[in-house]
Design a binder for this molecule. Structure first.
Ligand code: NAD
Length: 452
C-alpha cells in the first residue's frame, strides 16, 4: 500500500494499492494485446479518440488541479496551469499524429519508400515534481504514433495518473491501450525496464536513476529516452536590463519550490554589475510568498517530503555564505525558505550538484569567455538563460552553451510545440514539438524494383 502524503501538512490523506512486478506483467500483457488494433486504427480515428480524451481532461480540469496540489503541495494556480499544459499536449499530438508520414526516395533501379512504424508497448516512468505534464509529454506522442503504453508514476504522486487512466476509458480509448501501475521504482519500475515485451522506456527523473535504467535496458536493447537533472545557468551581462533580469531571477529557480529540472539554480553575474544585481535581487527573493495550496497568493509551496527537505537543507548547511533568504509559514509542512548563496565558486558542492530545492548560487564572472566557461563547467546541459541587450552576444552565447533549451532575456523553458530535452548528462532524446514523434516510431525502408 502506498501512503499518499499532503506535503503542506505532513499527513497521509489517501492510500493506494501498490503495484509490484506481477501487476506490471499484467499491464504489459494488456498493452501487448491491445497493440495491433491500436496500431492499425486509421490515424483520424486515433486522433478523434485523443481529442475526446483532451476534452475529458478539460471537463476534469479543476478536480485534477485540486488533487495535484494536495498531493504535491504546489499552489492551486500552478496545478491549474499544469493540467492546462497536459490538455494542450493532447490537442497538439492529436493533430500531429494525423500528419505522420514517410518519404519517397528515388534510387537507381527503383523507388525507396519509408514507413514510420510504432515501436509496440512503451513503458513510461515519471517523477513527482510535475506529474501530469511530464506524463502527458510521453503519453500523447506515444499514443499518437500508434504505441500502447504502461505508465508508472512516481510513488509519491500517483493520484492524477490513476485518475487520468479512468478518464481515458471514459473517453473511449480501448482497454489495454493505456495502463497505469502505481508502484515503486525498484520493483514496478525495474520490472518495466527489464520486461522483454516492452520496446522502449521513456523516463524522466534523476540522472542517477537514468543511468541505472540505461544499463538495465541494454539487456533487451530497448530504446530509451531520458529527461534527467540540470544545473542551469542564468547568465546576466552588464549590458542587460538588470532590473528585468533581477526581477525574473527568483521565480526562475523558486518556481515549484525549486523542484524543477529547468531551474536556473546558478546565476552568473558580470562582476561590474554584481552589487547592483544583488541589491535588486534581495527584495524579490524576500517577497516570494511560501504557502499551502489554499493560499491563493502563494508563489511556491513546501518540498515534496521530509526526506527531500533534509537533503536540501544539508546543501545549505555545508555551504557558506547565505547572502539572504525568504521566510516560510509556521507549522508541520515540509517548508524551506528561498535561499541565496553568494558569492559562490562554481566548483562548490552547492553550485555543482543538483539541489532540486529553493536554493540558488550567485557566481560572479569577468567577461564573455569566462561566462561560457562557467556555464559549461557542469556535467549537466538542460536549460539556461542569457540576459543581454547585444543580440550578437546573445547568439554567440546561445551557440556556445551546451544545453538543450536556452532562452534569451526570458526564463521560458517549455512550449508544447517546440523540442525539449537535455545535452550531456541531462538526457537522451527530445520531447514535445514534432521531434518527439521520432522517438516513438521507427523508420522502415522498403525498396520497390521498377527497372531502369
Ligand atoms: P527519481 O529518479 O528518483 O524517480 C523518477 C521515477 O523513476 C519514479 O517514478 C521512480 O519510481 C522511478 N524509479 C526509481 N528507481 C528506478 C529504477 N531503478 N528503475 C525504474 N524506475 C525507477 O527522480 P525524482 O526524485 O522522482 O525526480 C526528481 C528528478 O527528476 C530530478 O533530478 C529532476 O531534475 C528530474 N527531472 C527531470 C526533468 C527533465 O525533463 N529533464 C523533469 C522533471 C524532473
Amino acid at each position: 500500500m502506498l501512503e499518499i502524503i499532503n506535503p503542506a501538512t505532513g499527513e497521509c490523506f489517501e492510500r493506494v494499492e501498490e503495484a509490484g512486478a506481477a501487476e506490471v506483467d499484467v499491464a504489459v500483457a494488456a498493452a501487448h494485446a491491445a497493440f495491433p488494433a491500436w496500431r492499425d486504427m486509421a490515424p483520424p480515428e486515433r486522433s478523434r479518440l485523443l481529442r475526446a480524451l483532451a476534452r475529458k481532461l478539460e471537463d476534469a480540469h479543476e478536480s485534477l488541479a485540486r488533487l495535484e496540489s494536495t498531493n504535491t503541495g504546489k499552489p492551486l494556480s500552478s496545478a491549474r496551469g499544469e493540467v492546462g499544459i497536459a490538455i494542450e499536449t493532447f490537442h497538439y499530438y492529436a493533430g500531429a499524429g494525423e500528419r505522420l508520414t514517410g518519404d519517397t526516395i528515388p534510387v537507381a533501379g527503383g523507388l525507396d519508400i519509408t514507413l514510420r512504424e510504432p515501436l509496440g508497448v512503451v513503458g513510461l516512468i515519471t517523477p513527482w515534481n510535475f506529474p501530469l505534464p511530464v506524463a502527458s509529454w510521453k503519453l500523447a506522442p506515444a499514443l499518437a504514433a500508434g504505441n500502447t503504453v504502461v505508465l508508472k508514476p512516481a510513488e509519491l504522486t500517483p493520484l492524477t495518473a490513476l485518475e487520468f487512466g479512468r478518464l481515458a476509458l471514459e473517453a473511449g480509448i480501448p482497454e489495454g491501450v493505456i495502463n497505469v501501475v502505481a508502484g515503486r521504482g525498484e520493483t514496478a519500475g525495474q520490472r518495466l525496464v527489464e520486461h522483454p515485451d516492452v520496446a522502449k522506456i521513456a523516463f524522466t527523473g534523476s540522472t542517477a536513476t537514468g543511468r541505472t535504467i540505461m544499463k538495465r535496458a541494454a539487456d533487451t536493447i530497448k530504446r530509451v529516452t531520458l529527461e534527467l537533472g540540470g544545473k542551469s545557468a542564468n547568465v546576466v551581462f552588464a549590458d542587460a536590463d538588470i532590473e528585468a533580469a533581477a526581477a525574473a531571477a527568483p521565480m526562475a529557480v523558486f518556481d515549484n519550490a525549486g523542484q524543477d529540472c529547468c531551474a536556473r539554480s546558478r546565476i552568473l553575474v558580470q562582476k561590474n554589475v554584481y552589487e547592483d544585481f544583488m541589491a535588486r535581487l534581495e527584495p524579490g527573493v524576500k517577497a516570494v510568498r511560501v504557502g499551502p495550496p489554499e493560499d491563493t497568493a502563494a508563489d511556491m509551496g513546501p518540498l515534496i517530503s521530509a526526506a527531500h527537505r533534509d537533503k536540501v537543507a544539508a546543501f545549505v548547511d555545508d555551504a557558506a555564505p547565505v547572502a539572504f533568504r525568504g521566510s516560510t509559514p509556521e507549522g508541520p509542512g515540509f517548508w524551506f525558505a528561498p535561499t541565496v548563496l553568494a558569492p559562490m565558486s562554481n566548483s562548490a558542492r552547492a553550485a555543482a550538484e543538483e539541489i532540486f530545492g529553493p536554493v540558488v548560487c550567485v557566481i560572479p564572472f569577468e567577461d564573455e569567455a569566462d561566462a561560457v566557461r562557467l556555464a559549461n563547467e557542469t556535467s549537466y546541459g538542460l536549460s539556461g538563460s542569457i540576459w543581454t541587450r547585444d543580440n550578437a552576444r546573445a547568439l554567440r552565447m546561445a551557440r556556445a552553451v551546451k544545453a538543450g533549451v536556452l532562452s534569451v532575456n526570458s526564463n521560458s523553458s517549455v512550449r508544447v510545440s517546440t523540442p525539449f530535452g537535455g545535452m550531456k548528462q541531462s538526457g537522451v532524446g527530445r520531447e514535445l514539438g514534432p521531434h518527439a514523434l521520432d522517438y516513438y516510431s521507427e523508420i522502415k525502408n522498403i525498396f520497390l524494383a521498377i527497372g531502369d
